[in-house]
Write a protein that binds this ligand. Structure first.
Ligand code: UDP
Length: 193
């Protein structure tokens, strides 16, 4: 497919691409990187939070998730539809299951993570879930857990720690280590519910 076209909304980069899943798969094939799903709240938050702004700037793929971002792109003449992060995350999980990708899940409450991994094992038995970690670990536990995550060499890491923490954490950790790293906000809660 055509490569994404990068533009800006409120000084934040965003990629216009006809097919976000194809763009994500191309990014995986090219060595991986960070996917950000952008909404208007995040463009505001990025102004006040330089670490969030830097993470979005450094992301390899920024997809227009929110209606406000799509509206702003429309004002620039781009006819795009919303690309909800939760939908991209789900189609990447399906792709992972059918292509032998190594998958890691990070974030949400212990109960939600337990329920989610249980239902994924039932509904996607072929999914190679190499790492699952809830998002309420004590601060001192994170460095060792991060090392284990990296050692698991995941192809896909879905991170539900909320904005801006998930974007900043991915930028700090996943940056350019291979695999797709994507913040998914409250998606695990939705899937588990
Ligand atoms: N979360 C977490 N650890 C924290 C704070 C939040 O794992 O220290 C999880 C929370 O349980 C939820 C997700 O992060 O699953 C944030 O969801 P929310 O809908 O608030 O995401 P946002 O819209 O802020 O991106």
């Amino acid at each position: 497919g055509r490569p994404p076209l990068r533009t800006q909304v409120l000084s934040v980069p965003v990629d216009v691409c006809p097919d976000v899943k194809a763009a994500a798969l191309a990014l995986h094939a090219a060595g991986g990187g960070q996917i950000v799903t952008l909404n208007a709240e995040m463009t505001m938050a990025a102004r006040a939070n330089p670490a969030l702004g830097a993470a979005i700037d450094a992301a390899q793929l920024v997809i227009p998730d929110g209606a406000g971002v799509v509206w702003a792109l429309g004002r620039q003449g781009f006819k795009v539809r919303r690309s909800p992060g939760i939908e991209l995350a789900h189609s990447l999980l399906s792709h992972a299951a059918s292509h032998g990708w190594r998958v890691a899940l990070v974030g949400a409450s212990p109960e939600v993570m337990e329920q989610l991994t249980g239902s994924l094992r039932q509904r996607m038995p072929e999914l190679d879930l190499v790492f699952a970690l809830h998002g309420y670990q004590p601060p001192e536990a994170w460095p060792a857990l991060e090392a284990r995550l990296l050692a698991a060499a995941p192809d896909l890491v879905l991170v539900a720690l909320g904005v801006p923490r998930q974007e900043v954490w991915i930028q700090h950790l996943g940056g350019r280590r291979g695999g797709l790293w994507m913040g998914v906000g409250g998606s695990f809660d939705v899937w588990a519910g």
